[in-house]
Ligand binder design. Structure first.
Ligand code: IMP
Ligand code: MG
Length: 176
């Protein structure tokens, strides 16, 4: 890594705070919350988030690919695997690793909205400074980050480095 931005313990503390804020928001709902993790980047975030969330919940997975292969610039979000659960009439929280242009989140939220959920919100671990270009914002945000390409804690470059426990900026020479 060229630089570590967030260490494991700092991430843990922030994820717990987010889990509490989410649990507070959904405390009064009827029925379980349906969490929709956007694969693959959100897996570690979701694993930690749900274990810190004292709430009845279900998971419905969706796999969207925005950065195919060795790219650091977003293409069109492509649905690789459709939603694995029924979200009609459910309270839905979409969870993604990072919000940049918002096209990924917007496309997932669009697909979910077609199923007419009772409510729809989103949580992201990281948010980049996309400014006016952003098409959608998230309801719950872990950290705001500068416009670096970051990896670790689930985030990848060419599907690598997801298991790095901290969040860091990859060394320039490793990006081709
Ligand atoms: P958006 O569609 O432009 O908001 O891009 C968000 C998606 O691109 C996320 O689901 C991430 O998987 C991926 N992404 C964006 N920035 C990074 C990064 O710095 N590292 C790894 N993946 C990223
Ligand atoms: Mg992603």
């Amino acid at each position: 890594m060229a630089r570590v931005l967030f260490r494991e313990d700092e991430i843990r503390a922030r994820v717990r705070a987010l889990a509490n804020a989410i649990a507070d928001t959904y405390a009064g709902i009827e029925g379980p919350l349906t969490l929709v993790p956007v694969l693959s980047g959100s897996i570690i975030f979701v694993a930690d988030l749900i274990r810190a969330m004292p709430l009845r919940l279900k998971l419905a997975l969706i796999h969207v690919s925005t950065y195919p292969g060795r790219t650091t610039r977003a293409g069109e979000p492509k649905t690789v695997m459709a939603l694995t659960g029924d979200v009609n009439g459910k309270h839905v929280l979409v969870v993604d690793d990072i919000l940049d242009s918002g096209r990924t989140l917007a496309s997932v939220c669009g697909l979910i909205r077609e199923q007419k959920p009772a409510s729809l919100r989103s949580a992201v671990l990281l948010r980049k400074p996309a400014g006016a270009q952003r098409v959608i914002d998230a309801d719950f945000i872990g950290f705001d980050v500068s416009d670096f390409f970051v990896v670790g804690y689930g985030l990848d470059y060419d599907d690598l480095y997801r298991n790095y426990p901290h969040i860091g900026v990859l060394r320039e020479e490793l990006i081709r």
